[in-house]
Design a binder for this molecule. Sequence first.
Ligand code: MTE
Ligand code: CO
Length: 423
Amino acid sequence: MFKNGTDNRRAFLKKSLAIGGAAGTTMLASGAGADTPDPLITEIQDWNRYLGEGVDSRPYGMPSPFEGDVVRRDVAWLTADAKASVNFTPLHKLEGIITPNGLCFERHHGGIAQISPEDHRIMINGLVDNPLVFTMEDLKRFPRHSEFYFLECAANTGMEWRGAQLNGCQFTHGMVHNVMYTGVKLKDLLAEAGVKPSGKWVLPEGADASHMTRSIPMEKALEDCMVAFAMNGEALRAEQGYPVRLVVPGWEGNMWVKWLRRLEVGDQPWHHREETSKYTDLLGDGRSRRFTWTMDVKSVITSPSPQAPINHGRGRTVITGLAWSGFGKIDRVDVSIDGGRNWHTARLDGPSLSKSLHRFYHEFDWDGSELFLQSRAIDEQRHVQKTKNALRKIRGENSIYHNNAIQTWHVKPDGLVENVEIS
Ligand code: MTE
Ligand code: CO
């Protein structure tokens, strides 16, 4: 039987060589076409010879060991303490628009709270007719909804304001993730409590050691906020706020309070503790931009990129990346290979959902010369991503937050890629 299989493979090899030859393509994988046969095709391999592990070997599945480098990474010097820190989504290794749960970047100010769902309570108090306390069981008796949303930290790409800094889209753009949340609508919970006419703001509070709080205007709370207990079909991960977090679609990540334990209704915004509320943008003239909640239109080429160089040489090459906007859907993405002189309309692929990541591709024939790759996203409200210099003219260089500028990757003739800035 094995011999037959080998014979079949030999026949297949001959046939595919013939087809490849006829088409005159240069696309064949290395080795095919050479006189020496490829043992990976002609010889029986171990995985083809021996039985594999059984269904009882991994009750909760993990990625293939060959994908061991596809992990969240942090930058040690960015923050003083790992408990008040951030790590980054490996965007350069992902496909489609969904971020796997184990790869969602984490940002917490007081470490990961471990809370048993039986011990968790959510309180609604303040300017409401009936102050309420919910258990997780109570919460799940309200109508449930599922929606895909991106979450982007306001500090994403913050290190790049002053110049090209970090060598990899994981580090420059990896404070974003995109999952399907399941939960209940905040407006349903607020209706249950009965918001008084004077109630104009909602204060969500976290149960973690950072006691994170935020002020959210009532219109947003009623528009599309969710109290979510699941991501991508399973319970939230502890890192993402298990057992329950607030989802604030399209708005900066710090408002998406994790380990949510209380929602207070008030008539004005609260004053927040400095270390969790400094998300204001300092402008060039010293004034600051406060309450910049919506995440602007943005995109980045994820491959090729510094951590995903071109290994295959010249010829057929795929450029891919992600685009998103807190204002809705992405309408169009343009890609340039010459630093913004010429633009090509990229191919959007996969679901196009409001306030969710979009996947784009641009296929081209690389002639082996150096490239300056850029992408420029346009959302359905006609917001257009700007160059770094255009953004600096508006916002100055003192800001850390809300950098949605066009990113440039320099591809060298050897296929290696570097983070650069061009004027
Ligand atoms: N909620 C609590 N309770 N504590 C926190 O430290 N960090 C905020 C927000 N919610 C935080 C929190 C910040 S700054 C961001 S960007 C997002 O959570 C990150 O969400 P993630 O860890 O799921 O990526
Ligand atoms: Co943040």
